[in-house]
Design a protein around this ligand. Structure first.
Ligand code: GCU
Length: 328
């Protein structure tokens, strides 16, 4: 019996040592990804899948941890953390990268994509590869683009169907010049603000509303404070998956290539997850009391034409615009 007791203890010891050794040899490098929405969001789910594939493809050398709900900071702060290597990756809306290089503005020109399918072609055709690699000089690279659907206006007190109805209304926009100009050409006033503050700002009356896609509207429960969703579909702002250059340089060329390839492939997954969730998001918002209003967008499109022209000035912007249009 004594012998049994001893061997059981020994067994426990061996097991503990084994666990220590294997966790030592298997210690994976963690890739922290900053994300500003919830773990229900299609992009979060696509990133989880990307992480699993990367771990598998690198025999466990890398492990992806996605931090949702701005846990690692808002998008602007996250991009800076990626730049200085404090975190490895983040999802940031295109306008934030546009602040570094105005060529990116072309990706967010009002009404530039005919529909989701056109946008998918643009994101997966390779025409953006050079632009995405060109941000190396800022300390980060864009790995791929994700869809974030079409953005529409939503407001606190009444729906918005015309330019006149938007007059004097303070609408939260993403932090870039183009987004502020976009709201002016539509007839309102754009207030740049980080996403995490939007709900309270509408609730407290600092804003009259915001503009975003149906998934974000539902995911962040903004229907509670702005129940009129007016389908202006004025913008299809891409979200960009960015990676720290400092971090990339610690990887072998082969692991870098694997990471880049899998990140690109995650775009297709993200589009599928997006398409599967979009209707449900709208239904959920309706169940919670939101009213969806259809809008004739002709007036908004016409009055934003000058902004389109302003965003296609440099040779690089023109070349990119033509490539996008050619895929229509
Ligand atoms: C969309 C987009 C986010 C962005 C958000 C915003 O939801 O997917 O990346 O942060 O809009 O307006 O802040």
């Amino acid at each position: 019996m004594k012998l049994f007791k001893l061997s059981k203890k020994a067994l426990l010891l061996v097991t503990a040592m084994g666990a220590m050794c294997s966790s030592y040899t298997l210690a994976a490098t963690e890739i922290k990804v900053s994300f500003n929405q919830s773990d229900k969001h299609p992009q979060y789910q696509a990133l989880q899948q990307f992480g699993e594939q990367l771990t598998k493809a690198t025999d466990g050398r890398y492990k992806v941890s996605v931090f949702p709900n701005e846990l690692l900071g808002d998008q602007r702060a996250s991009l800076e953390l990626v730049q200085n290597g404090a975190i490895q990756m983040a999802v940031v809306a295109n306008p934030l990268v546009e602040n570094y290089d105005k060529t990116f503005a072309v990706l967010g020109i009002p009404y530039v994509y005919a529909n989701t399918a056109h946008q998918k072609k643009v994101f997966t055709s390779g025409i953006l590869d050079d632009l995405f690699a060109s941000t190396q000089k800022f300390g980060f690279e864009v790995l791929t683009a994700y869809t974030a659907g079409a953005r529409s206006l939503y407001t606190k007190d009444a729906p918005i169907k015309t330019k006149a109805e938007l007059k004097g209304k303070k609408i939260r926009v993403l932090q870039s010049d183009t987004m502020i100009k976009m709201l002016s050409c539509m007839g309102g006033t754009g207030v740049p603000m980080n996403q995490g503050e939007v709900y309270t700002a509408i609730q407290q009356g600092v804003l009259d509303g915001a503009e975003n896609n149906e998934i974000t509207y539902a995911d962040l429960k903004q229907y509670e404070v702005a129940p009129y969703f007016s389908r202006t579909g004025h913008l299809r702002v891409a979200d960009l998956l960015v990676v720290s250059d400092m971090f990339l340089s610690t990887m072998t060329p082969q692991d870098q290539a694997t990471l880049k390839k899998l990140a690109k492939e995650s775009t297709k997954t993200e589009f599928e997850l997006w398409n599967a969730q979009i209707k449900k998001a709208e239904e959920l918002a309706k169940e919670k009391g939101a009213t969806f209003v259809e809008v004739d967008t002709t007036e908004f499109q016409q009055s934003c034409q000058s902004l389109q022209e302003e965003l296609i000035k440099t040779p690089a912007q023109k070349a990119l615009y033509e490539k996008i249009i050619a895929l229509k």
